[in-house]
Design a binder for this molecule. Structure first.
Ligand code: FEO
Ligand code: CA
Ligand code: CA
Ligand code: CA
Length: 635
């Protein structure tokens, strides 16, 4: 059992009592605490906890915890198994060539499952007679690890990178829509399927929609109207809307650009604010599109949320500019009690912001088509986390407050293109790298993963980011008042401060019931399961000396703030896209960049997971995890 100290910096406010009573009403509907309500002493250690209503025997999770550690393969709890569903290079179409790592081509990669799977969306389909379930999986392919992907390029990198390598990389980016079916308890891909689709960084035309559509700052020589972008890149996490469309978040878009702007160019400040040019990739050596000296507006065409209709493989994805341009980690949404859609998104960079978007119109639950442009009109807000435990949502609207011509904002297009600078002007709170943000419709709570920030100095801490050199991140809980996700003032508190609770150097805060396996660092993706329980996947836990993985997290009762280790990834991998099936029988996970690490290459991976063949590189893959007895995951 871990000993943890009471959190001295918990900003839980003087108005905590009010919050607790608010929460009791909000939280009880699903989780059945009503029968257990017994007023006892007040609790403050874990913020607004209604901890007193549960005892330690009330653990929400029933699986036997796996051990901390790191090795070449993955691990699941006793009584569970993990099926490999799709790997990088697997076929999606009847004409997909077999994966041949020594003879890759862009044409083949466009017909195969892409690289570095990240977000997983689940869109149920009507099952056929012999099926237990059928669905579309919508999977992002975030990026390519160039020197892990191609044989023979590491030694002379980056000069070794040819135009063909770049084209293969572009084809490995984007997303896949795959029909999947469950029979006899196991999922398998349906190949071929009329639904299957590849979206790539260069070959998928996308319409620009919303306030920046057609704006001169989005025009290029390929697209003089500023209305159609070929492709999407660095698609990290995402979301599925209530009407069943797939949202792809464009994250580290600066990575692809090289070159320099002409002296005094009007985009100089904007590009600098977004880290453009990032020069992580060599595409600009072979394609002018990624050279900002040639195409200064091209970076403004990325950093958006892309909406895809997975039911229609011919449909043109749309870049929804009303949601703002930044390094979107994800795009999880919820319908507010007044019927509007509220979408949360973190900007994953050190000192960047948390945002939410509230649609102007209500979601039409009867007519899917009526929602087709719902994301083009609404209010975009950035969060200011106050010391008194409140959150103010600051409206990014042209003409309001400082967002005027005086400060270089001439329209809402400028506001969304430079959402970061608009949020700076409004005084949003610089965070420790906001990653996935998950709202829970039932409880009115929203969980924000803050992965880490090793650049925050002592004099830069704030109430919501209280640790300088925050190596291991923390998790914040936002409470929307009375479950009204559209609110412009909310409450916040800490769920946990990550890292080793036994090492006082980090100031980690966990529930003392957390075992030696239950704590972690660098929370990244998360999911709320069908019963309202929170699950967290990590990217960077190797910094603590153990593999990345998935942890179940107690959010209520005396166990609030207790982690429990559920899944361990192979060495080098992070875990993304946790997604539960609506019946809780399956947890889909993305294992991304297995075997990767600085200075490793195609020739020297730290594992060859999941094939373990000497002539096969490690392959990112989507897993389907199930309980061997067919029961609900984690129960
Ligand atoms: Fe793509 Fe912030 O992880
Ligand atoms: Ca992530
Ligand atoms: Ca998520
Ligand atoms: Ca991350």
């Amino acid at each position: 059992m871990k000993q943890v100290e009471k959190d001295p910096s918990n900003p839980r406010p003087a108005n905590g009592a009010q919050t607790i009573s608010d929460l009791i009403g909000l939280r009880l509907s699903r989780r059945g605490f009503v029968g257990g309500l017994v007023a006892t002493s007040s609790l403050t250690v874990y913020g607004c906890s209604i901890a007193r209503f549960k005892t330690t025997s009330d653990a929400s999770f029933q699986f036997s915890e796996i051990a901390r550690g790191i090795d070449k393969t993955h691990h699941v709890p006793k009584g569970y198994s993990a099926d490999i569903l799709m790997r990088w290079g697997d076929p999606l179409f009847s004409d997909s060539p077999d994966f041949d790592p020594l003879n890759q081509s862009a044409a083949a990669q466009r017909r195969q499952f892409g690289c570095n799977n990240d977000y997983i969306g689940f869109v149920p389909l009507e099952p056929n007679e012999d099926d237990e379930a059928r669905a579309l999986l919508c999977v992002n392919h975030e990026y390519t690890s160039t020197t892990m992907m191609f044989p023979g390029v590491a030694e002379n990198y980056p000069d070794s990178i040819t135009k063909e390598h770049c084209e293969i990389e572009m084809a490995g980016h984007g997303g896949s829509v795959i029909e999947v079916v469950r029979r006899n308890g196991s999922w398998s891909p349906v190949v071929p399927s009329d639904y299957n689709r590849r979206i790539t960084a260069d070959s998928t035309p996308m319409e620009v929609a919303g306030p920046a559509a057609g704006h001169e700052r989005l025009r290029t020589s390929d697209d003089p109207e500023g209305m159609v972008v070929s492709g999407t890149m660095y698609n990290c996490a995402g979301g599925v809307t209530p009407w069943g469309t797939y949202l792809m978040a464009e994250e580290n878009i600066h990575a692809y650009f090289q070159g320099s702007l002409s002296e005094g160019h009007s985009e100089t400040q904007n590009h600098k604010r977004y880290g453009v040019p990032g020069s992580w990739f060599q595409w600009a050596r072979h394609f002018d599109r990624y050279n900002i000296g040639v195409e200064p507006n091209e970076p403004n065409r990325f950093g958006w949320i892309v909406e895809v209709d997975p039911m229609d493989p011919e449909s043109k994805p749309k870049k929804r500019t009303a949601l703002g341009r930044f390094k979107h980690e994800g795009a999880e949404s919820v319908i507010a009690p007044n019927g509007r859609l509220v979408l949360y998104s973190g900007d994953d960079e050190r000192f960047e912001y948390v945002y939410k978007f509230v649609s102007a119109s209500v979601v039409n639950k009867e007519d899917r088509n009526a929602n087709k442009d719902l994301l083009d009109d609404g209010s975009l807000y950035a969060a200011r986390f106050n010391e008194d435990g409140t959150v103010d949502w600051l409206l990014l609207a042209y003409g309001e407050g400082p967002l005027t011509a005086e400060n270089g904002f001439y329209s809402q297009a400028d506001v969304v293109i430079e959402a970061r600078r608009a949020a700076d002007e409004l005084g949003a709170t610089p965070m420790d790298r906001p990653e996935d943000i998950e709202p829970d419709a039932e409880s009115g709570r929203v969980w924000v993963m803050l992965t880490n920030n090793n650049r925050r100095k002592e004099d830069q801490v704030n109430a919501a980011n209280p640790r300088p050199d925050n190596q291991h991140g923390h998790i914040i809980e936002i409470i929307e008042p009375n479950g009204d996700f559209t609110a412009t003032q909310s409450q916040w508190n800490f769920l946990v401060k990550c890292g080793d609770p036994d090492d006082p150097a980090f100031g980690a805060v966990w529930n003392p019931e957390t075992s030696e396996n239950g704590w972690f660092g660098s929370p990244d993706n998360c999911a709320v399961d069908p019963t309202g329980r929170l699950w967290i996947a990590t990217d960077g836990n190797e910094r603590t000396g153990a593999a990345d993985g998935v942890w179940a997290m107690e959010t209520d009762g005396p166990l609030r703030g207790t982690g429990r280790a559920f899944f361990r990834a192979p060495v080098g991998a992070e875990v993304c896209g946790p997604k539960f099936t609506p019946d809780s029988k399956t947890l889909f996970l993305s294992v991304q960049h297995p075997g990767d690490a600085r200075d490793l290459s195609y020739e020297t991976p730290s594992t060859r997971w999941p094939d373990f063949k000497s002539d096969m590189p490690p392959r990112p893959a989507v897993l389907a995890i199930k309980r061997n007895d067919g029961g609900d995951i984690g129960s």
